[in-house]
Write a protein that binds this ligand. Structure first.
Ligand SMILES: NC(=O)c1ccc[n+]([C@@H]2O[C@H](COP(=O)([O-])OP(=O)(O)OC[C@H]3O[C@@H](n4cnc5c(N)ncnc54)[C@H](O)[C@@H]3O)[C@@H](O)[C@H]2O)c1
Length: 455
């Protein structure tokens, strides 16, 4: 009997210690601790310092190089032809015709031709140049991280298109590179610069909504229908990767409202998804493959250290209207962007939505001052109604003036991380996954989100 008991204890111990180790593969070592999946965080190397509030020397003329000039990159070059204090030095793509097209555009704008680089690894030669300040990356997703790392390790700032970098390992690599080289890497999250988002951020900061405790964001956009033609790499990626593969459009603006790593921190995430229906159909139609790892609809819930809740959704497969949700719920008010714009403020209208007229005037009143200065130009240059231009303008403004960027390397890591964290949670039966603290303890150094403005 005694022997039997001893055997059972040994077995139980073996099972428990086995559970401690058994987690689906992640890009960094992971284990289960107290019912949560915890990912290993690398230590800072000697001499490496935090990049919280990082400000670099002012740059009088921002010399930029573009890598990836498909649809999005070409649009970015166009916007940069409308910015002051910049020089477009170089352009790189896999396709000669695309870089030639950029030079045609520069000629039409009366600007000098950019040096051209063509080929899978041509960005390495481009990054080795000393006469550039910023590498602006708009390639397919899997190239974002290697190109950004190459830029930063060559001493340049980097700007990288959404959804940023594609794994937790990539997140740490890019954080470490920025911290070591004292360089910026901005996630080009243009949705943070949309007018409704910026005004409601300001309203939340001024206390109009009281304590904001629940926020929702999403990327719901019926894209799968034409993947075969425009973005085959996106179809390929989603076929292989389960989870929210494009979180930052919804997540960026709501994290700013909650002051994430500026006094508050993301604590843990759980995710659920549906089976793949239309995703699988798209894979069959365009790739002749009967599989799609990405569920049609993915929902991630993130709890902050203060107990607030963030909800992010992803669906690029359903024939339904576009939405990024952008919903803020607070103790004294509420804002919602999609499907209809609504704001309520307890003191003004109880729990009813404000009239269109009152809401419009509030949105205008709470628009940040810097937006008022460039709004007209932004709308005329365009790019999703002007928000893309405001994003580029702010990036250049901060580099000109040696100011911290609006979106720092920790935003880039946090917003990118939801992709792999959601996959890990899904593949472990929706188990909570601890959110890595990419600031390594410095999330409370800065109090409150703000745009840096030259004094
Ligand atoms: N923020 C937004 O609103 C928004 C909108 C659309 C796309 N995007 C993002 O922009 C990026 C590009 O999207 P797109 O629609 O322009 O795709 P695209 O396929 O039209 O363009 C990608 C380009 O990158 C080039 N490329 C790939 N590998 C390269 C390499 N090693 N070196 C140089 N060039 C390389 C390709 O040849 C192609 O021209 C993606 O990350 C996408 O998610 C963002």
């Amino acid at each position: 009997m005694k022997k039997h008991l001893l055997f059972s204890i040994v077995c139980l111990f073996a099972i428990c210690s086995c559970c401690q180790e058994t987690v689906v593969p992640a890009s960094v070592p992971a284990k289960i601790v107290d019912g949560k999946i915890v990912l290993e965080a690398p230590a800072r190397e000697p001499g490496q310092q935090s990049a919280i509030g990082l400000a670099c020397d002012p740059i009088e003329t921002v010399r930029v190089a573009f890598v990836g000039v498909g649809g999005r990159g070409t649009g970015a070059v166009y916007r940069w032809t409308k910015l002051e204090g910049v020089e477009i030095k170089a352009v790189c793509d896999l396709v000669q015709a695309k870089v030639d097209n950029v030079n045609k555009m520069l000629a039409e704008a009366g600007l000098p031709a950019a040096d051209t680089y063509v080929g899978e690894e041509a960005y390495k030669e481009l990054c080795a140049r000393e006469d550039i300040d910023l590498v602006y990356i708009a390639t397919d997703w899997l190239h974002h991280c290697p190109i950004a790392l190459c830029a930063i390790n060559n001493g340049h700032h980097a700007a990288v298109e959404v959804p940023g970098v594609m794994s937790i390992k990539d997140c740490w690599d890019i954080v470490n590179a920025c911290e070591k080289n004292r360089r910026h890497c901005m996630l080009l999250e243009n949705c943070c610069y949309d007018f409704f988002e910026m005004s409601t951020l300001n309203m939340a900061q001024q206390g109009l909504f009281g304590e904001v405790y629940h926020v929702e964001g999403a990327y719901i956009h019926y894209l799968a229908e034409d993947w075969g033609f425009s973005e085959p790499w996106r179809c390929d990626y989603n076929m292989d990767h389960r989870g929210d593969n494009y979180p930052s459009h919804g997540l960026g603006p709501i994290c700013q409202v909650l002051d994430i790593h500026r006094g508050c921190k993301l604590d843990y995430l759980i995710a659920m998804d549906t089976p793949s229906y239309n995703g699988r159909e798209a894979a069959k139609r365009y790739r002749n493959e009967d599989r799609c790892a990405d569920g049609d609809h993915t929902i991630s819930l993130i709890r902050t250290n203060e107990g607030k809740v963030i909800e992010v959704q992803h669906n690029v497969y359903a024939p339904r209207p576009y939405t990024r949700m952008h919903q803020l719920t607070g103790t004294r008010g509420f804002a919602n962007k999609y499907p209809i714009e609504q704001i309520s403020v307890k003191e003004m209208n109880g729990h009813d939505a404000l009239s269109q007229e009152v809401m419009d005037s509030l949105l205008k009143e709470y628009r940040p001052d810097f937006v008022k200065e460039i709004e007209e130009k932004a709308k005329s240059v365009g790019g999703h109604g002007g928000m893309d231009f405001i994003m580029d303008y702010r990036l250049v403004y901060c580099l000109h003036n040696g100011l911290p960027l609006d979106q720092d390397i920790y935003d880039c890591a946090e917003w990118s991380a939801v992709q792999e964290l959601s996959r890990i949670s899904l593949e472990n039966g929706s188990m909570p996954v601890e959110f890595p603290d990419f600031t390594r303890g410095d999330w409370n150094v800065i109090k409150g989100y703000s745009y840096a403005i030259k004094k």
